[in-house]
Design a protein around this ligand. Structure first.
Ligand code: GLV
Ligand code: MN
Ligand code: MN
Length: 413
């Protein structure tokens, strides 16, 4: 068979996705595999067992990133790397992250079955804690790997129960001793569901994002004065939740106010003591701002922050603001983006250039090596929800495009 006629086994890819989806399966048809939970460990164990079946050299680094390496005939050359993440959102979907990991696994299996030897080595990766939902920020381990985030800072991040990320990594047995530090990579590819409505609307099978928006995360802490709700008059209250409510709406109104292309969201909130008959005295909430225009996102934050301070003062609720994390927008390698388009066309899949509004480990990979992504459609544009869906044919299409992108990059000297 000519190499350009090689195709992945879509049935096997589907079976692997279905098997993985049993780990942390939720009643609503999704999965919950929070980073460094027992479910994350179980998914990792299964993943590693699959890597071993292919005789890959498996390494685990200090952040628990798992790599499986397949040697090349010119093994001294920098590898082609691809993967994504096995962790999920709370009540997340069966495709986010895991599709990219298992698409690359299917590529590895296909090469193995057909005894294809590549010039460059090929590496599959599962990045630890892409979601950032249990431990903020997201993409933390590709961030450390790329040298953009500090290992000790990452270890010290805590979840809502005060558990440290480093301790949880150790607890599940995935704190490796290989330094979490990048070495040269010739090309990084990541297959992912689009997580938005564009491909479906445009009737395209493959998306070739030109890059990823910037992501800016903030944590806001408000102090109020708790009191019995009945006897306490409305005047003179210091209700931290009311202050937060005004701020949440200010976030929602920010993109329209600032103009330009931007989204802004409050997705998480904790209210204390959270009793219907106590005035709330402690509120924490998060702010997520994204744009292709990093300066617009920063200017918008300055405006928002000023507004927060005014609200906090007026309501007599002291405010503490943490500027938790920023990653700049990531313009991908144009040559690789074109390669995705070309391979989609060569195989016969309608393809579209687009932008990624979702964050991905490709963002940090892009800071240290030529990078791009391969998107497949999300049914109804829904993601980070249990009903997240992508057709098996589209999953197979993404893996086929990845196969040929990997083969072509691996043949470059
Ligand atoms: C990652 O899942 C993101 O928040 O886009
Ligand atoms: Mn993802
Ligand atoms: Mn996600």
């Amino acid at each position: 068979m000519k190499l350009e006629d090689l195709r992945v086994d879509g049935t096997r890819l589907r079976q692997s996705l279905e098997q993985m989806a049993k780990i942390g399966a939720t009643a609503g048809g999704g999965v919950q595999r929070l980073a460094l939970s027992d479910e994350d460990r179980e998914a990792r164990d299964l993943f590693v067992s699959w890597l071993k079946e292919l005789d890959l050299t498996v390494t685990v680094d200090q952040m628990g990133n798992i790599f499986g390496r397949r040697p090349g005939t010119r093994d001294e050359l920098a590898p082609i790397t691809s993967g994504s993440h096995v962790d999920s959102q709370p009540k997340g979907g069966r495709f986010d992250g895991i599709l990219g990991v298992l698409s690359m696994l299917e590529v590895m299996r296909t090469l193995h079955d057909h005894k294809v030897q590549t010039e460059r080595p090929i590496v599959i990766v599962d990045w630890t804690n892409e979601e950032g939902s249990r431990f903020a920020p997201a993409m933390v381990s590709s961030g450390v790997w790329a040298g953009a985030l500090e290992l000790d800072w990452a270890y010290g991040r805590t979840d809502i129960n005060g558990k440290r990320q480093g301790d949880e990594l150790e607890r599940i047995g995935y704190q490796g001793d290989v330094p979490c530090k990048h070495s040269p990579v010739h090309a990084y590819y990541e297959v992912h569901i689009e997580q938005g409505p564009v491909l479906e609307r445009e009737h395209k099978t493959i998306g070739a994002p030109k890059g990823i928006l910037c992501l800016h995360w903030y944590d806001i802490y408000l102090e109020g004065e708790a009191n019995q709700v009945g006897p306490t008059p409305m005047e003179g209250r210091h209700d931290a939740l009311c202050a937060a409510a005004e701020m949440v709406l200010a976030v929602n109104e920010l993109p329209a106010k600032m103009g330009g292309n931007m989204v802004a969201t409050v997705g998480e909130i904790q209210n204390e003591p959270n009793s219907r008959n106590i005035i709330p005295d402690k509120v924490h909430f998060t702010v997520d701002i994204r744009s292709w225009d990093d300066d617009l996102a920063l200017r918008s934050w300055d405006d928002l922050k000023q507004g927060f301070e005014t609200i906090a003062k007026r309501r007599g609720c002291p405010i503490r603001i943490e500027e938790t994390w920023r990653v700049q927008h990531s313009p991908f390698d144009e040559r690789l983006v074109q390669r995705v388009m070309d391979n989609a066309e060569a195989i016969g899949y309608p393809a579209l250039r687009m932008v990624s509004g979702a964050g991905h480990d490709a963002s940090y990979a892009n800071q240290v090596c030529p990078t791009c992504m391969i998107f497949v459609p999300s049914v109804g544009g829904r993601s980070h929800v249990e009903v997240e869906e992508t057709s098996w044919e589209d999953c197979e299409a993404g893996a086929n495009v990845l196969l040929h992108c990997v083969l072509q990059s691996a043949a470059e000297s």
